[in-house]
Design a protein around this ligand. Structure first.
Ligand code: RIB
Ligand code: CA
Length: 314
């Protein structure tokens, strides 16, 4: 059987330690052709998320992939304060090189629209790892281009799980509820990867040690990133590998159980802002509600250990 042609992929991200793991996984895998990385404010401010995207590409020896700055703030609300858990540099203090090139001058949303209009409809996937402000602006400002997206695979939301920001809200949707509502209601082919599955994909100490022992720079770099992502030295498992689950779904959807749910997003002013609700009047969305956590970790390790990039020794 001929291998599937690598999918043209755009990553929309707020790196962020877990974003960084997902990005390195995608860069290490021949199944992704990364056309560009778009950045958004979220885990930390836009300048830092953009710098971190450039640092990850420099480490992976992929200075050929452009970085485009996107939204510095949500559509209509004040943006979130930086999350301490990603560290002052947003990347857990892990030793990464400086960016090899500056971000492009074109805004991410304008670039994505031009890119989508230049490629055959349905051939470009967007992997969304942060607040959905950039995608929402594309839907609102460039709807013809937005309709050409093949798939949006987005980490966000919580269905039956409690939130990680307030009782029901997950950070990416909470950070810009209006943007989340625009994307969910857009009718675009959206696969949502919520906390219901990402909380079941956590690295163990043994997993990290195996990666660290690898001769592959990508694997040992991810080991360092995960090491900085344990909640305490005594913890046997890392924080959830939220964003890598987006790449894992793109590579192996069979690891996930998907259901179509009709959803709406709370855009009110209470602590439920950004929360998802199942509503018969809501928009149909493919939602991952189950995952083979062990299979996901094995696939992550395989991608990183097979990593064929010219990654520098960080
Ligand atoms: O709730 C988890 C999400 O919020 C992840 O994307 C993490 O990087 C943060 O952006
Ligand atoms: Ca993220």
């Amino acid at each position: 059987m001929t291998p599937a042609k690598p999918r043209l992929t755009v990553i929309d991200t707020d790196p962020g330690i877990d974003d960084a793991i997902g990005i390195l996984m995608a860069l290490a895998s021949p199944d992704f052709t990364i056309a560009g990385i778009m950045t958004v404010a979220g885990n930390i401010g836009l300048e830092t998320t953009t710098r971190n995207a450039g640092r990850l590409l420099a480490f992976a020896g992929r200075g050929d992939i452009p970085v485009f700055q996107g939204a510095a703030a949500p559509l209509s609300r004040v943006g979130p304060e930086p999350l301490n858990l990603h560290g002052e540099d947003g990347i857990g203090g892990v030793a990464l090189p400086d960016p090899a090139r500056l971000p492009e001058s074109q805004h991410a949303v304008e670039w994505l629209a031009d890119f989508l209009l230049g490629e055959p409809a349905g051939t470009v996937d967007v992997l969304a790892l942060g607040p959905l402000t950039n995608l929402a602006r594309l839907v609102l400002e460039q709807p013809e281009a937005a309709r050409r997206i093949g798939r949006i695979i987005a980490m966000g939301g919580a269905i039956h799980e409690h939130g990680n920001v307030g009782p029901c809200s997950e950070f990416n949707l909470w950070a810009d509820p209006e943007a989340a509502a625009v994307v969910v209601e857009s009718g675009l082919p959206l696969v949502l990867i919520p906390l219901d599955v990402t909380r079941r994909v956590r690295a163990t100490r043994d997993f990290v040690e195996t990666l660290a022992a690898s001769e592959k720079p990508m694997a040992s770099m991810v080991a360092s990133l995960i090491e900085s992502y344990f909640e305490a030295a005594t913890n046997r498992e890392s924080r959830p590998l939220h964003d890598p689950c987006v790449m894992l779904y793109a590579l192996a959807p069979e690891l996930f159980r998907i259901e179509e749910l009709r959803l709406c997003v709370d855009t009110g002013g209470s602590d439920a802002a950004g929360a998802l609700a199942i509503d018969p009047e809501g928009s149909p969305v493919q939602v991952a509600l189950g995952v083979d956590g062990s299979g996901a970790l094995h696939l992550l390790a395989r991608c990183l250990s097979a990593g064929s990039t010219s990654a520098s020794i960080g």
